[in-house]
Design a protein around this ligand. Sequence first.
Ligand code: SF4
Ligand code: SF4
Ligand code: FES
Length: 322
Amino acid sequence: MFKVTIDNITVEVEPGTTILNAARKIGGEVVPPAMCYYSKLKGSGGKCRTCLVKVAQGSAADPRPMPKLVASCSTPVQDGMVVQNITSPEVLAARKAIVEFLLINHPLDCPVCDQAGECDLQDLSFKHGLEATRYIEEKREFDVVDIGEKIKLHMNRCILCYRCVYTADQIAGKRVHGVMYRGDTAEISTLISQNINSDFSGNVIDVCPVGALTDRTFRFKSRVWFLNPMNAHRDCLKCSGKVTAWMFGKEIYRVTARKDQFGEVEEFICDECRFEKKQTSDWVIEGPRHIERNSVISANHYEKIKKPSIIKPLEEKTEKQE
Ligand code: SF4
Ligand code: SF4
Ligand code: FES
């Protein structure tokens, strides 16, 4: 095992572990933000630079610091490595600059964006962003397009993290979209006249860290913080059937995969569960889902409603099963 110290906390990890995953083992504030890395997607990471950290000591054998900040999601730890994240003013300044960079072409329209309240970029800007933009040049703009029967692409909001591309490749089993062109003309696009429509295509929505890919069956139906996220499950032949059902009263407004404390999907779900099962009777509702991250969603204290009477029939079903 290798010993690595991050922000003065030492942890032991397997050789080959990245700095980011070592920090995740410690947890809390020590964990750098990650906008493109996704532990369930091979090859992800190294695109957004939000996870930059300072390596103050390379290893016990070679204690020299690394000359530049490094991407923690793609830098493996060495035995005796010393890393600084929030304890380094240099890292915090770089993160501020990265946020500013990510926002230069980004529309500042959180108030009308479907992702608001559960957006990684919004959280990042809140924590590290500037109060006002210094960008005066014209922003690049794209039309909003449907890239599948159930998926909407708003390219203006895309940060080119490539997560959706990896998801389509590795989870959905059939990729008909990718990143076209290069530099500031790069954009997510489908093959001409092709739609994203495999059994697992909806997962691109869940992995998208911003509001670039959204669920057409839910878009603009409600702000997420008005809904109560509930753990729910059903017998499904295609996926685990374990989901988060976002409810308003007795109604299910949308269905998503369950996400962990790092905002990553725990188990990818199929499109049938996500898009076709919107009746309360389709699901066994287990109870409120805890939203780990600081989020406006938690602000309505929905977790206090342990077993709401509104879902009585299913509550009985759950108890019988227990
Ligand atoms: S994607 Fe996030 S940061 Fe961008 S407008 Fe939507 S909520 Fe705001
Ligand atoms: S659409 Fe979303 S997931 Fe895909 S590259 Fe853009 S930001 Fe990333
Ligand atoms: S999370 Fe490391 S570069 Fe994006």
